[in-house]
Write a protein that binds this ligand. Sequence first.
Ligand code: NAD
Length: 256
Amino acid sequence: MTATAPTPRVALVTGTSSGIGEAVVRHFCEQGHQVLAVDFNPAGQEVAERAGAAFFQADLTDGEACKAAVQEALKRFGHLDILVNNAGIQHVSPIEDFPEDQWRRIIDLMLTAPFLLTQAAWPSMREGGWGRIVNVASVHAQVASPGKAAYISAKHGMIGLTKTAALEGGSQGITANAICPAYVKTPLVDNQIADQAKLHGMEEQEVIEQVMLKNAAIKRLIDPSEVASLVGYLASEAAGAVTGASWNIDLGWTAQ
Ligand code: NAD
C-alpha cells in the first residue's frame, strides 16, 4: 500500500507563539497546509515564519479581533478549511478568592473566542463542503481539580460547543472534535508548577509527581508534538467519520 500525500488545506490556528499551538502549526506546515497562526504575543511572528506559516496578531479576548483573524485568513488564502481553537491561559486560586476579571478573561478567551471563530469560519467551510474544527480542551473538560474554576468551566463548555457544532455541521461536511490532554510540557504548565506549589504548600518537584501525575498511569508529561499528531489526524481526510467526540490524550488519567 502506498501512502498518499495529504490534500493541502488552509488552516487557522490560535495560541501559536509556544507550546501546543506552535507544534500544531509546525505539523500542519509539514503536511503542506497553508497556515495562519494567530496570537496576541508578537513573538508569534518569528515562530510562525520559522515554521513557514503566516502570522496575525490578535488579542482573542476581543470579539472583533476574532472576526478580523478569520477575515485575514480569507483575504490571504481565499477560503478556510481547518480551525484549531487552542489559545488558553490559566489562573489558579480558590473560588472564594477568584478575581472576577480573571474569570471573565478566561471565559472570553477560551469559550467565547472559539464560538466567534467557529461562527466566522463556518460560511467558508460550508461553501467548500468540507471543514474540520478541532478544539483543544483538556482533561479538565472531563474532571475538575481545586483552584481552577474558570479554566475548568471554560473547558467543560468547550465540549458543549464541540458537540453542537458537530450536529450542525454533519450535513455540511464539517466535523468538530475536542481533544483532552493531561499535562503537556509547555510554558503554561511551567508557570502553573509554582502556583500549585503555593496552593498546596509543596515543593515544585512534589507538585509534578503528586499533583500533576497523581492520576496518570504513564508517569511523565506529554510532549506538544504528541498532541499535534492527534490534532493532525482529526483535521485530516481520514477522520471524515469522526465528529462530536472528545479525544483523551491523558496518560490514562480518566481510565480509573
Ligand atoms: P502556552 O502558554 O504555551 O500557549 C498558549 C498560547 O495562547 C500562547 O501562545 C499565548 O500567547 C496564547 N494566548 C494567550 N492569551 C491570548 C490572547 N488573549 N489572544 C491570543 N492568544 C493568546 O500553553 P499550552 O499549554 O500550549 O496551551 C495551549 C492550549 O492547550 C490551551 O488551551 C490549554 O488550556 C490547553 N491545554 C494545555 C495543557 C498543558 O498541560 N499544557 C493540558 C490540557 C490543555
